[in-house]
Ligand binder design. Sequence first.
Ligand code: ACO
Length: 207
Amino acid sequence: MRPIILIGGGGHCMSVIDAAISAGFLIKGILDLPTGVGKFVCGIPILGTDEDISKYINDCDFVVTLGFIKDVTLRIKLHDKIRALGGHLGTVIASTAHVSQFAEIGEGTVILHHANVNAGAKIGIGCIINTSANIEHSVVVGDYVHISTGSMINGDCIVGKGTFIGSQSVVINGKSICDNCVIGAGSVISKDIILSGTYYGNPAKKI
Ligand SMILES: CC(=O)SCCNC(=O)CCNC(=O)[C@H](O)C(C)(C)COP(=O)(O)OP(=O)(O)OC[C@H]1O[C@@H](n2cnc3c(N)ncnc32)[C@H](O)[C@@H]1OP(=O)(O)O
């Protein structure tokens, strides 16, 4: 395992640090805003900004640790920048997460503590499977999706690219959610969502 550099030094970064240490990663440092340089997050130094990615290209893998709810654009840009510079993305799976041997996990994805990814699930690149989220059998999760804390994505569901699923939401088995949606915390998705937008409630409605 190569050492990792984390990009983004906020709250999500703290969760990833904890998961990465539990999984045995050596974390070389963090790249964040110029105002953070020289400070520490959970004891890990902020070494520079995303302008410094190329300094670490040969020796480290990168994990984007900028979280998102409403707008995934910056996360995608950072992943694109790492790849354009020839960098490699690290995949972090917390020691307490369960990932089936029959699941597929894309590069740059983080799976935090007590999350479950069941057999036949396919998780895209650059995703966040947050603490205690449950991704059931045969679910397909697109690239750059954030499944937030404690959410339940039941069997055979599809979650489109760049979509955010709020905490403790439930997606009923077999339902599909299209790209670039924001699903509010505590929602129940009981029908396919085919138009991008923000939805919440039980049953979830577009706002
Ligand atoms: C580890 C971590 O922390 S990961 C982060 C986890 N965070 C989450 O899951 C939070 C997800 N975000 C939400 O649910 C947000 O409320 C959103 C994105 C759906 C909407 O956000 P905003 O557009 O800023 O809406 P805002 O907060 O102004 O609320 C607008 C109205 O909708 C209501 N509302 C907002 N979210 C919800 C919800 N999830 N369920 C029911 N009602 C809601 C508000 O009470 C408010 O009602 P009012 O007009 O009667 O006062």
